[in-house]
Design a protein around this ligand. Structure first.
Ligand code: RIB
Ligand code: CA
Length: 320
């Protein structure tokens, strides 16, 4: 279909990455060139298997290439998040599903480079994981910055507290060197979708009850159950924060968020604050802005769009 925005999703398929993939596919508005996987919430193998399970659930197995990327951060040991996403990364859902799709032979960074260079100015990279794959792609092909249409990064927090340390958001904390490199690379259009806005995009049990496609509703219910319970224990709200889906939401409809340009850097040499995204709100460093930082979100509008999109989805058994 012409006119659809060309995107590549880069994921560490955990609970919310899976919901981001479901939103991207069911929206029907994105030409998903491929999905690249990376070690993050769970191992590279598990993230890749989970990604293929979601494509199987949606009945699009084999239609969207999946390419494996980094199996650990650039320099550091992996920091998995099984406490949040469960042993398998998707809350134990689809445990018996047999996938028919296998990952491509092409590595994630090579896929990103090939696709962006083949369609200069047309491909949006939606990053919902530690930025290791994009950092590796930039190392191989620095001119990527000139040819990507936009980079949308779910990551960081500039006005609030972290979700893995007091100061750091998980994707930045898991590979701060990769994040620092991506932010410094000089992408002319990089949008940072941080916890400042994603914490307001909360999916409740009432929202889930509005899902009309049985297989999708059952999946969302099951995969988010433990996540919502833990969220309640920590935040007093029974909900699933749609961190990664909001990054896809920004690609679908930028008016969901209010964006301001600032210089943002990432701490990599601190015992206490590694992975912190430092936003220079008052331009004290005198450096040019390198990111469009999302500071506000129209959460009700995004949630409405999320539910509507999933309700137009199809699944493997063709149910609609
Ligand atoms: O901090 C939230 C981010 O870290 C999300 O991408 C989630 O999937 C985890 O990777
Ligand atoms: Ca993620």
């Amino acid at each position: 279909m012409t006119g659809r925005k060309k995107v590549i999703l880069d994921v560490d398929t955990g609970v919310d990455d899976a919901l981001a993939i479901i939103l991207a596919v069911t929206s029907g508005q994105l030409d998903i060139l491929g999905i690249t996987t990376v070690s993050g919430n769970v191992s590279l193998d598990q993230a890749t298997l989970n990604t293929c399970k979601i494509l199987e659930l949606l009945g699009v197995s084999g239609q969207i290439p999946v390419c494996r990327g980094a199996d650990q951060p650039l320099l550091r040991e992996s920091v998995f998040e099984h406490r949040v996403h469960g042993k398998d990364g998707i809350g134990g859902a689809l445990a018996d599903m047999v996938v028919t799709q296998q990952a491509e032979a092409e590595r994630a960074e090579d896929f990103i480079i090939r696709q962006v260079l083949a369609q200069p100015g047309e491909v949006t990279l939606i990053m919902t994981a530690p930025l290791t794959n994009l950092a590796r792609a930039l190392h191989k092909c620095p001119e990527l910055t000139r040819h990507a249409a936009e980079v949308i990064v779910m990551g960081g927090v500039v006005q609030g507290f972290g979700n893995i340390t007091p100061t750091a958001e998980y994707n930045m904390y898991a590979d701060p060197e990769a994040a620092k490199l991506v932010l410094a690379a000089g992408f002319p259009r990089l949008t940072l979708v941080g916890l400042d806005v994603t914490r307001k995009a909360l999916l409740s049990a009432e929202d889930i009850a509005k899902l009309q496609v049985p297989a999708i509703r059952e999946y969302v219910e099951k995969s988010t159950a433990d996540y919502r319970t833990r969220y309640y224990e920590r935040n007093g709200v029974q909900a699933c924060a749609l961190h990664d889906p909001l990054a896809v939401g920004v690609a679908l409809n930028r008016s969901f968020v209010t964006v301001h340009d600032f210089y943002v850097d990432v701490e990599t040499r601190s015992d206490l604050c590694d992975g912190q995204t430092v936003c220079d709100f008052q331009n004290r460093l005198g450096k040019p802005a390198n990111a469009g930082v999302c500071l506000e979100v129209d959460a009700p509008a995004f949630l409405k769009g999320f539910i509507n999109s999933l309700n137009q989805g199809r699944t493997k058994d063709g149910s609609h």
